[in-house]
Design a protein around this ligand. Structure first.
Ligand SMILES: *Cc1c(COP(=O)(O)O)cnc(C)c1O
Length: 482
């Protein structure tokens, strides 16, 4: 069992999984990675094949969490995270694969409470955080910024957890009606929404500004650079693998709709742990920085384009640093130099660091891109072949699967990262109609989209006093000692 180190720390000081969970980003600005990838032998993998998903989660996470949460406690957390009142299942499976072509599958990761794959990680992360805070008798203030899915997913995961208070900042303009209504309805108790007159960047800047004040420096984060999120996404790659192979040991390819590089990195961790994954195909939309990087070795973000798969609209992909750490032979000094050059010049080339684009293929990474027109055509094609309606992000993945699938009998799984209910305009454009409303989200259309938000200008002092007003003094005291 192994601890975690920061990608940039040359002293390689080890921290535990639960410390990293509470901390988020490492103090030196690096990201936490395991000192080595724990292994799961094929024989043990085979034993998980016919069991429930929660058993896979326990077996995988036990290997990734060295801090010794007793098995019975861990299983209780996992069972609560993925309980049937939160996750819909198909034939008892909450991460089911369905065929959409010859040796081609989609794996649904969006059956959680907010219909986005982010629920898979955040539900478990919330349980683990609350458990550990209980053991340490501490409370935690979490400050988050969201432009879309992360907000409601984090709120649904942390709602009602007694040790945690969440303030989620979101821009007044730019989020969809559905997203606003979902978040508005989740406010109350330990969940506080703050609507900022400004853009997403203003929200992020406010969070950074707050952390400079010692009173708020200990605030936690639940964004996708948190190692706990990456670790909690590994088990569904294992489950997808076990669902589609004829014999355990045979190879499988995955295609992953990619934004911040968190989801596909979890697939890489599964591969490094010994799951026979052959290819990890990174699918991007018009914001193709990661596809170009894998093709050329140049990390060279351009301005962001707003697309019809908005959760993949990114310029930088923060989690890439974790892969770069492996590519640069786990040398923290090289990682520092590489990331410093990147932040100084806005671009950096692997060739200048003794590596190159071949480093991706060697580790199983391939790429493909998709456009708005591709998304529409793929949504139509999948519907006409199978009657399954996929969302625009999933359509980016399936487009790339159609383009890159080899006809060699190796199964390929495209990850389904959201449900179409959240993106009705694009579905209507593709199909001329929208899917039947899932009864779980029926309430959203009738909810108000104004309630449940405290509105303010991007002013850090006002935000501080708002937070002080909202938190009970008793709770605040324990937070300062966190
Ligand atoms: C967040 C998100 C993505 C991107 O995932 P990353 O882990 O950031 O690469 C893709 N699709 C949907 C629907 C998302 O919400």
């Amino acid at each position: 069992m192994s601890g975690l180190v920061s990608t940039r720390d040359s002293e390689r000081k080890e921290v535990s999984y639960l410390d990293a969970l509470l901390e988020g980003l490492a103090p030196d600005g690096g990201l936490y990675v395991p000192t080595e990838y724990p292994q799961i032998p094929l024989k043990e993998l085979g034993l998980l094949r016919w069991g429930p998903y929660v058993e896979i989660v326990l077996e995988i996470k036990k290997r990734l969490v060295a801090d010794g949460i007793p098995d019975a406690d861990f299983m209780a957390l996992i069972t609560r995270a993925y309980s049937p009142d939160k996750f819909k299942s198909m034939h008892g499976n909450i991460v089911p694969t369905r065929p959409i072509g010859k040796d081609l599958f989609v794996q649904n990761l969006s059956l959680g409470p907010t219909a986005a794959f982010k629920d898979m990680a955040l539900q478990l992360l919330g349980q683990e955080l609350n458990y550990e805070l209980g053991r340490r008798d501490k409370n935690l203030l979490i400050l988050g910024a969201t432009s879309g899915d992360t907000g409601s997913s984090a709120e649904a995961a942390l709602k009602g957890l007694d040790r945690i208070t969440l303030f989620m900042l979101s821009p007044a303009e730019g989020m969809s009606e559905f997203q606003k209504k979902q978040m508005g309805a989740l406010s109350g108790g330990n969940i506080f929404n703050v609507s900022i007159e400004g853009r997403f960047d203003d929200c992020q800047d406010l969070v950074k500004e707050m952390k400079k004040d010692p009173e708020f420096a200990m605030a936690g984060a639940v964004n996708s650079i948190n190692w706990g999120r990456i670790a909690s996404q590994v088990p569904y790659f294992v489950s997808g693998y076990l669902q589609v192979v004829k014999e355990v040991g045979e190879p499988v390819d995955f295609v992953v709709p990619t934004g911040n590089f968190g989801n596909v990195l979890s697939g890489y961790v599964a591969k490094m742990m010994g799951v026979p994954i052959r290819k990890l195909v990174v699918a991007t939309n018009e914001n193709d920085v990661m596809a170009r990087l894998i093709r050329t070795g140049f990390y060279d973000p351009k301005g962001m384009k707003v697309t019809s798969s908005p959760s993949m609209d990114i310029t930088k992909a923060s989690n890439y640093e974790r892969l770069a750490h492996d590519i640069l032979d786990r040398d923290p000094v090289m990682v520092q130099l590489y990331m410093e050059e990147f932040s100084r010049h806005g671009r950096v080339c692997l060739d200048d660091y003794g590596s190159g684009p071949e480093a991706f293929a060697e580790r199983g990474f391939f790429q493909g891109t998709s456009t708005h027109q591709d998304r529409l055509e793929t949504i139509r094609r999948v519907y006409s072949d199978t009657k399954i309606i996929i969302d625009p992000h999933t359509a980016d993945g399936v487009t790339v699967a159609y383009k890159t699938k080899e006809d060699d009998g190796v199964p390929m799984i495209a990850m389904e990262t959201a449900l179409p209910v959240k993106f009705e305009n694009t579905i209507r454009e593709a199909l001329g109609f929208i899917p039947l409303q899932d009864e779980r989200f029926g309430w959203v259309s009738s909810a108000s989209n104004d309630e449940g938000f405290y509105k303010m200008k991007p002013d850090v002092e006002e935000l501080k006093s708002h937070i002080r007003r909202c938190i009970e003094p008793q709770k605040m005291k324990k937070m300062k000692m966190a």
